[in-house]
Design a protein around this ligand. Sequence first.
Ligand code: FES
Length: 128
Amino acid sequence: MGSVYNKKVMDHFNNPRNIGIIEEPSVIIQVGDPSCGDTLLMSLKIKKDKIVDIKYKIYGCGAAVATSSIASEMAMGKTLNDALKITDDSIAEALGGLPEEKHHCSNLAASALRGAINEYRKSALKRT
Ligand code: FES
């Protein structure tokens, strides 16, 4: 039986990139999808307004793994403003598409990125 996922999704699912937790992160955040209970823990290292490292741990379905993996590649090296432009749609598109019922899974990585950047900016404001 064929997979519901395309080759690119399967590649990221089988070999997720940038898995782990950064030891001294600039920010770390956990987000969950209440509809399925899957969670994503994302840590970022930020220098001069750029994401210089990104690592995550994902407890979720195949699409959650693949979307977190490709989102980490998309965000790596980006300025915070550019990283904020990464959306659930652009993540799914970068993977060559997801089955309709799996589209919501790409929300986890997109909202973790957004949440982490907002959190980092808030705490940076407090420091100044
Ligand atoms: S089913 Fe929960 S993120 Fe995919």
